[in-house]
Design a protein around this ligand. Structure first.
Ligand SMILES: [Zn+2]
Length: 209
């Protein structure tokens, strides 16, 4: 789905960038003179100033990048930035709301890593790709986030598979409401119970799309 004008205005074309140290940063955190790359297509970004002197990122060269055309891809990177900031202790908490249930704050102290476009084998013949996966210190999944324009017709039956709407993420990236009635994420459940029934370690099939 294309990106609505209000989201475009709020997040600009490119909401965040990869800094030279590989960290994901906002335009406000960018250092002028440093090189910055697009987190989606990995091409060079320029740091520019708006008429109101607010910094923003734009692709240096005109290229076709999904970040500028897909609300799902934009939401993925907005959420990545929000989660990264929060993990560093400098942003508002992110809450999860299972389908029609009460909200939980994500267990920040348990999250050690965020992986983008993470491949998860749920069956010997079936691999799912999450947009963002939150992993604990052992690399085990706490939450797999899938961003969608429309809900799945057949939901994934997995307790830590969180299906969210791109539109809702862009409107409020601090509250992740599940579209999936089978999701029953709870911070009171030990992380181990969120695992698949396979023996760890799970094959990591990460790839960049
Ligand atoms: Zn790009």
């Amino acid at each position: 789905m294309t990106i609505r004008a209000k989201h475009r205005k709020r997040y600009r074309l490119v909401p965040c960038a990869l800094a030279p140290d590989g960290q994901i940063i906002s335009p406000e955190e960018a250092v002028r003179g440093n090189l910055h790359w697009c987190p989606e297509c990995k091409n060079a970004l320029s740091l520019r100033l708006s008429k109101l002197q607010n910094p923003y990122f734009a692709h240096t060269n005109k290229i076709k990048c999904k970040l500028e055309h897909s609300s799902v891809v934009l939401a993925k990177h907005v959420l990545h930035l929000v989660l990264t900031r929060w993990m560093k202790g400098s942003g508002d908490p992110v809450e999860v709301q299972p389908f029609c249930e009460k909200r939980y704050e994500l267990p920040r102290e348990e999250i050690h890593q965020i992986k983008l476009n993470h491949g998860i084998r749920i069956h010997p013949k079936r691999t799912l790709h999450s947009h963002l996966s939150l992993l604990d210190q052992h690399g085990y999944p706490i939450l797999h986030i899938e961003i969608r324009d429309k809900p799945r017709t057949r939901h994934i039956k997995h307790p830590s598979w969180l299906e969210v709407s791109a539109e809702e993420v862009l409107s409020n990236p601090y509250l992740l409401s599940s579209l999936n009635p089978h999701m029953n994420f709870s911070t009171s459940i030990p992380t181990q119970l969120n695992l698949f029934d396979f023996a760890p370690p799970y094959p990591s099939l990460s790839s960049h799309h």
